[in-house]
Write a protein that binds this ligand. Structure first.
Ligand code: SF4
Length: 519
């Protein structure tokens, strides 16, 4: 058992639903208890799809457990075919149905439905949503792509785009951006899957010369299968950020044997981040957390393209742990590999970042810690399925990223004025356009005079180190430090004092700590 309040990923059948909902003409028959239809809302409300997902739930109830739940499944599968006439069906079990072991694959086979039926083993107790999506795409590719065939030499090479699904973070616009980029390079797109593809389209996967893996979490097993079974190489660089997009272009040119003559679109990011107005971004302390793909991309952009100082890096995608750990070493930090948001919250609080790049969970955490935050990865909420064009990939994606990361930060002039006029009523940290802050004030620092006097030391108190106390003067001096770095200064000074066994923090201690950490 694991006590869980928030979860970064859903169960694996949600991943299978993301594949089925992204496709057309594919139906998913899901053996699941009454109530699991909640998952429809992810698609109709968060992604704001106009249609219900193509999923038939068996919705068995407690009283069905006394009868034959296998019959309930068979009836549902038959009815789903008759009603929707899909070109192919996937069948699987949700967590509860996995326990009653009805074997949806075997049962569907006995029905002899007149379309391909692909069984999914979803391992709900050991795997999660992205794995479920990857497994489903892999099974579909295996089941439908057919035998390896000869591919004719073409003037313009053909590629499949693999990985985009329903409910994917900016997948809709990444497809458009990368299709445009490939077309400009001289490559045509054969099939984009699963998003927008039909089961018939998947039978044409083998016609492409190579595969573009847009989201490795979802597409890697399918791409590896297609490489083995159809001899199609696949791209390893995810084109998020300027450097990564350039590397991706070089990789595509190499795989497809293309000349370097095509005229390509450009991005504003390199000039925007070089322009003098961005100087104040240099060295900003940033904490990055999310899925493996987006975290690795964000780390590179932060390091190479904007000049941030990465003070925290982590992912909930365990399959990417090794790569994320390697990148963390570049910043002399330890990567955080966890799916427990409490660990993430603690790590953010300890790292004192000036900006958090994360998921919807980190948005909540940042609000609580009063830190600026931008969303870079799923899970996301409805506002990250925007009406406007907002890719993350390619050159336009880099423009979107630059704007959305810089937006939550205070502008350079504002920051400067806050430092200079901190006593001014218009510039102190709690000021807002209403004159009063809507955010709760941070807890005051207890001064030596305000510290409660313990009556008698207990055994526990005697064994724990004494917390250093701030003098009034030191508290006043601390308040002169701009508030967005004050938490860091306060934490460092207390650590400095604790390490030296100091019981009081004076103005001198504050400056000694500053000199110590500034070295
Ligand atoms: S079957 Fe799984 S997803 Fe459905 S309610 Fe139970 S735990 Fe949740």
């Amino acid at each position: 058992m694991q006590l869980t309040l928030w979860t970064y990923e859903g169960p694996p059948h949600i991943g299978a639903m993301r594949v089925a909902t992204g496709m057309k003409g594919l139906h998913f028959v899901l053996h699941a208890p009454q109530g699991d239809t909640y998952a429809d809302l992810l698609f109709t409300m968060i992604e704001r799809r106009a249609e219900r997902p193509p999923v038939t739930y068996t919705t068995f109830q407690a009283r069905d457990l006394g009868t034959d739940t296998a019959e309930v499944f068979k009836d549902a599968a038959r009815a789903a075919y008759e009603r929707h006439h899909p070109r192919a069906i996937i069948v699987g079990a949700s967590c509860t149905a996995e326990l009653i072991q009805d074997d949806p694959g075997g049962l569907a086979k006995t029905l002899g439905l007149p379309c391909p039926v692909i069984p999914l083993e979803l391992s709900a107790y050991s795997r999660k949503e992205n794995w479920g999506a990857a497994e489903t795409l892999y099974r579909l590719a295996r089941g439908l792509a057919g035998e390896r065939r000869e591919r004719p030499a073409r003037a313009r090479p053909l590629a499949n785009l693999l990985g985009p699904t329903a409910l994917g973070f900016r997948h809709r616009d990444d497809i458009i951006e990368i299709t445009k980029l490939l077309n400009a390079l001289g490559v045509d797109v054969n099939v984009t899957a699963p998003m927008g593809a039909t089961p018939d389209d998947l039978t044409r996967l083998g016609d492409a010369d190579f595969n573009v893996v847009l989201y490795p979490e979802v597409a890697l097993p399918a791409a590896q299968y297609l490489e083995k079974a159809h001899g199609q190489p696949y791209t390893k660089t995810v084109p998020i950020g300027i450097g990564a997009t350039r590397d991706f272009i070089a990789e595509v040119r190499k795989i497809a044997n293309l000349p370097e003559t095509a005229e390509l679109p450009t991005s504003n990011l390199p000039w925007w981040s070089r322009s003098v107005d961005s100087t104040y971004l240099t060295g900003k302390r940033v904490f990055i957390f999310g899925d493996g793909t987006h975290v690795l991309a964000a780390e590179r952009i932060a390091r190479e393209e904007i000049g941030f100082d990465v003070v925290g890096l982590g992912t909930y995608s365990r399959e990417f742990a090794r790569e994320v750990r390697e990148r963390a070493k570049l910043h002399n930090i330890e990567a955080l590999i966890t799916d427990d948001y409490l660990d993430v919250e603690k790590a953010i609080a300890d790292a004192h970042p000036e900006l958090v790049l994360g998921t919807q969970m980190e948005r909540h955490i940042s609000k609580r810690l009063r830190l600026p935050c931008a969303v870079i990865s799923a899970p996301t909420h409805v506002q990250d399925f925007p009406a406007r064009y907002a890719p993350q990939m390619g050159f336009e994606g880099a423009n979107v990223i630059f704007d959305s990361w810089v937006h939550p930060l205070m502008m350079g002039l504002e920051e400067h004025l806050l430092g200079m006029f901190r006593e001014d009523s218009e510039f102190h940290e709690h000021a807002s356009h209403l004159g009063v802050s809507s955010a709760p004030a941070p807890a005051p620092i207890p001064t030596a005079a305000e510290q409660p006097v313990a009556a008698a030391p207990t055994a526990a108190a005697a064994s724990s180190p004494v917390e250093p106390q701030w003098t009034d003067e030191a508290t006043k001096e601390l308040k002169k430090i701009p508030f967005f770095v004050r938490g860091k200064a306060r934490g460092n000074t207390e650590k400095y004092a604790r390490e030296r066994g100091l019981t009081t923090i004076s103005v001198g201690t504050l400056y000694d700590a500053k000199a110590h950490y500034g070295r």
